[in-house]
Write a new protein. Structure first.
Length: 162
């Protein structure tokens, strides 16, 4: 059984238009972001890139598996954006997204799929599932800050690096 861990960390791209809507614009320095990633190296990269994008270290949280206990508990009502790996132990990212969208207190959180699977069926599946965006791995660190700003402004960002 996997356990979740909470911690605080004190161009050949194409864009697929997608409109999921969004609420108020959130500035990166005000944002609270949850990274759901089971690979420690990928988690560290995402943390560092979020800091470069302007998200304060104390506003970055992480979970290595199912984040629902955190979102219902300690982080309830606090998270603005979730970066969600699609291939997690136990529950996959699609199942976790369905559970998030099914709960009224969580349904408005922006959720972005993170995956190395950049095949068109995977991208279409993520869009149909209701993700607010899609960022392929490895993440392009040169453009990541712009993507985060756009996501926090309510824009859907669908980026696939090949």
């Amino acid at each position: 059984m996997c356990e979740w861990h909470l911690f605080r960390t004190p161009h050949s791209a194409f864009h697929i238009p997608h409109s999921q809507g969004g609420d108020a614009v959130i500035e990166p320095h005000e944002a609270k972001v949850l990274i759901v990633e089971d690979d420690p190296s990928n988690m560290l990269v995402a943390q560092k890139l979020l800091q470069v994008a302007g998200v304060p270290r104390e506003n970055i949280y992480g979970a290595s598996s199912d984040p629902l206990p955190l979102l219902r508990g300690e982080l309830c009502g606090q998270i603005d954006l979730i970066l969600l790996d699609l291939q997690l132990p136990g529950k996959d990212g699609y199942t976790i997204l369905q559970e998030i969208r099914a709960e009224p207190t969580l349904a408005g959180i922006r959720v972005v799929a993170l995956t190395a699977n950049v095949m068109l069926p995977a991208i279409n599946h993520a869009q149909e599932a209701g993700f607010d965006g899609f960022i392929s791995k490895p993440i392009d660190g040169r453009r990541f800050a712009d993507w985060i700003r756009r996501l926090l402004a309510g824009e859907a960002v669908w980026i696939v690096e090949r």
